[in-house]
Ligand binder design. Sequence first.
Ligand code: ADP
Length: 597
Amino acid sequence: MAARPPAAGERFEHQAARTFVHRLAFVAMLYLAFATAFRVLDWARHPAAGAPAFADLVLQLEIVVVALVVCALRPPRVLAHGIGLVVVASFATQLASEAAARSAEPGQLALWQLCLLTATSVLLPWGAIPQALAGVVALAACAWVLPRPIAEGTLVAGLGLVAGTLASVCGAHFLARERRASSERTAMLSEEAEIGAALAHVGQMLSANLNRPDMLEQVNRLAVELIGCDWSGTFTWHERPRGYRLGSSFGLRADARTELAMLDFPSEVSPLLRAFRPDQLIEIGTDDPQRLLPSHFRRRFDLGSALFAPLYESMQLAGVLVCAFREPRHAFTARERRLALGIAHATAVAHQNARLIHDLTAASRLKSDFVATMSHELRTPLNIILGYTDLLASGEFGELLPAQREVLTTTRRSAQQLFELVSSTLNLNRMDAGRETVDLDVTNLDELLAEIVEEAKPLVRDGVRLTYTNHLGSRMVVTDRVKLKTIVKNLIGNALKFTDRGTVEMQAHARHGQMVIEVRDTGIGIPEEQLPVIFEMFRQVDASYTRRHDGVGLGLYIVKRLVDLLGGSILVASEVGVGSTFTVTLPLTTAGYQIAS
Ligand code: ADP
């Protein structure tokens, strides 16, 4: 069975043991440095007393070196602390004998011992008991060298030392507690951050692969990567035949995968599937007390230790994510369980979204088909109405009375308006359904523009002049003829509609290797605040401007969509009462070569 990864507590102990060795070395070096400096300073002040002796310090250095070497061999914690205690005890006794040799004041000795105890309590991560033992050693060393009988000053110094020792023990205790708590907090936070980052990665992958056929396989690949298991698979619900079937897997043996993919698991016959509850994992390891999976099944499909995470969609078990190890091993860790559950949640949401997108696409296609059929069906009778009203108006069926003519004009206008609406709806529907593709072909631009002008002539009112200038000449260009015609026709139609007198002028020329078509009029103009919105659906300028004019507010919207489709741009400049200029810029590729301006 594979070894369980160290828990947070074990990691802390390991780290504390390493820190203890480093700190012990630090305390020892600090002590020896101060002791040496003290002796050298003392000799500088009293040279007559002779050169200082360092033999005892060398001995202590040897003790320290031996202690550090033993500690570096990673002995059990108690032994390491015991070795540390020996080192500190040697310092305490050395301080005491130094004080005795110098006949130092008891207060001075107490101060030295307190410095040592403060340093060990703050620097050595060894807790209250070793610190208390160090305090006892320091007190004993002082008691051993103090002059007898005990004077009052000695008593006060002793009491101070006892109080300081107690404080250092308490300090060591609280520090040890804080160190452990902070290490646990850090471990928890870094685990949280790691799980959060891993799940964010899963979420990113899912949204990038949403609706792609290999989305679930990518989930299994990530599950194996993040949890470190041998294989992962996803079972999803199928209506026909009813049951859960392996939809994807990663890391599973090819033969096991083929065999599993052929099996359907109806929930009625599987105790494992019946045992699932929302947000609850099922783990099957060395033991399976509820007998959820037969042991021969586990052997056959490499389910030594397995974690099953349910994929719930609207409280229905839509699938199951499996993360498995081939051989039995220790129980899954809290981190592994959280990752599995997080991956399962994200997968369930993505799976549901993918299904919704699929359903929506199907519904949208249905709607488009319906609108297309309806529009087609409406256009035929409308064409007939328009045709017959034209015949009536032309006097084909006898002369009309003025009142009859007026009724006929109104009928025709309404029918024409309805026809435009139906045509625009059909065009829009085609674009929305994505069926509008760009059909590039070699086109004679001059012919095309002249044709548009010709077709627009019936719309030209008295007092308005329609002009056309082509600076491009009659060269052959590669473009989508039908779309270009719709764009220019719409713009000229609008210009003529909103111009009562003056001119409507169309110009074509090349600029920076692009084709520019300008439609300029001297009509009613568009207020500045309306300019940004007139390309939106059903946007028409204020009623007081448009009241007299037909139209459904789809023309410019369609123009903009078509221009975008052709990879061009459209701009408008206008002034109320002066006129408007619409400028369309499109890529210009002539048949065989790119035009230079
Ligand atoms: P409509 O069917 O109303 O013409 P469009 O989308 O073609 O719809 O135009 C939107 C609105 O923009 C029009 O209703 C009109 O108010 C304004 N507009 C478009 N072209 C011109 C123009 N050449 N001069 C003045 N106003 C215009």
